[in-house]
Ligand binder design. Sequence first.
Ligand SMILES: CC(C)(COP(=O)(O)OP(=O)(O)OC[C@H]1O[C@@H](n2cnc3c(N)ncnc32)[C@H](O)[C@@H]1OP(=O)(O)O)[C@@H](O)C(=O)NCCC(=O)NCCS
Length: 187
Amino acid sequence: MRSPSSEGSAPLPIPPARWHTSCNRSADDAGPRSTGVQAAVIQQCSDVSQPGWLALRQQLWPHCAAKEHLAEMSAFLAEPARFAQFVKYDGSGVAVGLVEVAIRTDYVNGADTSPVAFLEGIYVVPRARRSGVARELVAAAERWALGMGCTELASDAAIENTSSHAMHAALGFVETERVVFFRKVPR
Ligand SMILES: CC(C)(COP(=O)(O)OP(=O)(O)OC[C@H]1O[C@@H](n2cnc3c(N)ncnc32)[C@H](O)[C@@H]1OP(=O)(O)O)[C@@H](O)C(=O)NCCC(=O)NCCS
């Protein structure tokens, strides 16, 4: 996933939320309840009001303000050939997981092709983990990437996020590189 460690990857039109945030939430996060969604489905987001989308983003990137999320979500929806987002609802219609995918056009570490589809973010509420939600969401992202003509789906994860590493490996991703980013204030 794009995280503070992924700044060497392709820049998006506006600063991605994850660059300001981290993925840590309590086990009480259940996402919003929705009355208008079909149970046990994955839906592609088509509006910023997609049930659960904002709440799941806020759980994944809690240090980003809601208005910043909403601005980014609107920007992504305006470019459906570059960005897609999918929300998983459980049998009660509760949003339990989110995946965001993008087409990146500049260099992506470890990728052999360009443009390349990139898994920008994935989050599953704690109570729904280890039940295959991420597996389903990544499959949805893969289908979208294939439909967009991409032959690779790339991703990244923070070095310490071993759960994410395990998920990637289980879902067929192959680790390609480990990178350390640096910065200094030029004088
Ligand atoms: C990483 C995350 C998305 C996985 O979601 P999930 O729905 O639990 O994953 P799945 O149930 O689809 O798991 C698929 C496979 O990945 C592996 N896996 C997933 N989580 C794992 C963990 N914590 N430890 C070891 N293996 C794990 C397993 O092999 C699993 O298959 P299995 O349960 O049959 O053994 C979820 O833990 C999460 O939201 N974490 C916080 C946010 C995050 O770190 N996102 C990624 C970086 S931004």
